[in-house]
Write a protein that binds this ligand. Structure first.
Ligand code: UD1
Length: 378
C-alpha cells in the first residue's frame, strides 16, 4: 500500500512529522512518500522545519511558490496531477487548511484516489477566510477525516459527511509540541542571536506578537491599528515580534515600520519551530492571529489574545487560555490589561491533546488499509 503524504506551508510541517513517524511504527509495510508543493519555500518558512522536526526530505517538490489564490491553487493542481500519475499512491494524506491541502485533495479525489484529511471539521463559519473555504471543500471530498476536538464531528455531520468516516483522535500538533518542549530554544538565546543583548532588563517578562492573516495585514487601516497596538503593549511589556514575510512586506508597503522602532520592541524574522516554542513557553502573554498558536498556547497554559473576530478552534476559548479580541486596538488593550492584572486564563488541556493523536491516526489508517485491501469474500 502506497501512501503519499502532502505538505505545502509552514503549519503543515509540525503536523506531518508525528503522523509519518507513527505510521512507520504501526504499519512498517506501508510505502510512505512525502510530497512538498513548495507553497512555502524560504528556508525560515520551510527547510528549517524539516531539519528541526526530523521530517524526511520530500520525495517530490513541486516548487510552486507564491501567487494569488487562484494562481497558487491552480499551479499546485497542474503540477500535482502528473506527480500523482507518477507516484501512483493508493491514498493521499493532507493536513490542515492551506491552499496546498485543498488543491491536492481535489486532484486526487477527481482521479479516484482516496483522500485522508487530518485536522478535519474545524469551522470559523466565516467564509471570507480562505482557510475556511479550504476546510469545507477538503472535508467534502475526503474519505477519512480526523478531528482535533469534539465539535468537529458535529460540524461535519451538519455538512452531510457520513459518520463512519469521522474519527476524533486529538491534536497532532500537540504531539510535536510535547515531543520537542525539552529542546525549545530559550528566549535568552534568541535575544542573543538577534544581537539584542540586554533587551529584557529585569524579570518583568515579555509578550510575543505574531501577525500574518491576510484580513489583518493586507488592509492598511487594520494593519496600522495593530502596529499601534504593538507600540502600546510595549509600554507595559517588552514585545518580541517574529515577522512573517507577508507582514514584513505589507508594513513596508504602507510605511508602517517606523511605528515599531522602539527599544521595547524586538523585530525578528520568522522563527524556526524550536525558537518559537521557546518564545511561547516563557512568554507572559501571546498576541496572535495564527490558528496553530491558539492551540499551542492552550497546550502550554500561556494566555493567548487572538486578533480575530472568530476562531475555528473554539475549544481554546472554552477550555483553553484563549480570548478573542478582534482587531480594535482599544478592545485588545483592555483584554491585555486584564491579563496583566489577573495573570489571564489558566485553562485546562483539551481531551486527547496528550501526545498520542498520531498514534491513534496510524491505528485507524492501519485498520482502514486492511479493510480496503482485503480480498472480497468468495
Ligand atoms: C499560508 C496559509 C495560512 C497559514 C500561513 C502560515 C493559505 C491560504 N494560507 O498563508 O493558512 O496560516 O501560510 O504561514 O494557504 N512568502 C515568502 N516566503 C515563503 C512563503 C511566503 O516570502 O516561504 C511570502 C510571499 O510574498 C507570498 C506571501 O508570503 O506572496 C504569502 O504566502 P502564501 O503562501 O500565499 O500565504 P501565507 O500568508 O503564508
Amino acid at each position: 500500500f502506497r501512501l503519499l503524504c502532502v505538505v505545502g506551508a509552514r503549519p503543515n510541517f509540525m503536523k506531518i512529522a508525528p503522523i509519518m513517524a507513527a505510521l512507520g511504527d504501526v504499519s512498517p509495510d506501508i510505502d510512505m512518500r512525502l510530497l512538498h508543493t513548495g507553497q512555502h519555500y524560504d528556508a525560515a518558512m520551510s527547510h528549517q522545519y524539516f531539519e528541526a522536526l526530523g521530517i524526511p526530505a520530500p520525495d517530490v517538490n513541486l516548487e510552486v511558490g507564491a501567487g494569488s489564490h487562484a494562481v497558487q491553487t491552480a499551479e499546485i493542481m497542474r503540477r500535482f496531477e502528473p506527480a500523482l500519475d507518477e507516484q501512483m499512491p493508493d491514498a493521499i494524506l493532507v493536513v490542515g487548511d492551506v491552499n496546498s491541502t485543498l488543491a491536492c485533495a481535489l486532484v486526487a479525489a477527481k482521479k479516484g484516489v482516496p483522500v485522508i484529511h487530518v485536522e478535519a471539521g474545524l469551522r470559523s463559519h466565516d467564509r471570507r477566510m480562505a482557510e475556511e473555504i479550504n476546510r469545507v471543500l477538503t472535508d467534502q471530498i475526503a474519505d477519512l477525516l480526523f478531528t482535533t476536538e469534539r465539535e468537529g464531528r458535529n460540524n461535519l455531520l451538519r455538512e452531510g459527511i457520513a459518520e463512519e468516516r469521522i474519527h476524533f483522535v486529538g491534536n497532532v500538533m500537540i504531539d510535536t509540541l510535547r515531543r520537542n518542549l525539552d529542546h525549545a530554544v530559550p528566549v535568552e538565546t534568541i535575544i542573543q542571536q538577534s544581537g539584542a543583548v540586554g533587551f529584557l532588563k529585569d524579570t518583568e517578562g515579555y509578550a510575543v506578537f505574531t501577525l500574518h492573516r491576510a484580513s489583518n495585514v493586507d488592509d492598511p487601516e487594520t494593519l496600522d491599528g495593530l502596529m499601534k497596538t504593538v507600540e502600546m503593549v510595549s509600554k507595559t511589556l517588552p514585545v518580541i515580534f517574529p515577522m512573517h514575510p507577508r507582514t514584513r512586506s505589507m508594513a513596508a508597503r504602507y510605511g508602517l515600520t517606523a511605528l515599531l522602532d522602539s527599544s521595547r520592541i524586538l523585530l525578528v524574522p520568522s522563527m524556526g519551530y524550536l525558537e518559537m516554542l521557546g518564545l511561547m513557553r516563557d512568554a507572559r502573554v501571546v498576541l496572535t492571529d495564527s490558528g496553530g498558536i491558539q492551540e499551542e498556547t492552550t497546550a502550554l497554559g500561556v494566555p493567548c489574545i487572538t486578533l480575530r473576530e472568530n476562531t475555528e478552534r473554539p475549544i481554546t476559548l472554552i477550555e483553553g487560555t484563549n480570548t478573542l479580541a478582534g482587531v480594535d486596538p482599544e478592545n485588545i488593550l483592555k483584554i491585555f490589561d486584564d491579563v496583566m492584572r489577573t495573570g489571564g486564563k489558566t485553562g485546562r488541556i483539551p481531551e486527547f491533546w496528550d501526545g498520542r493523536a498520531a498514534l491513534r491516526i496510524a491505528q485507524v489508517i492501519h485498520a482502514w488499509i486492511r479493510s480496503v485491501t482485503a480480498p472480497a469474500p468468495a
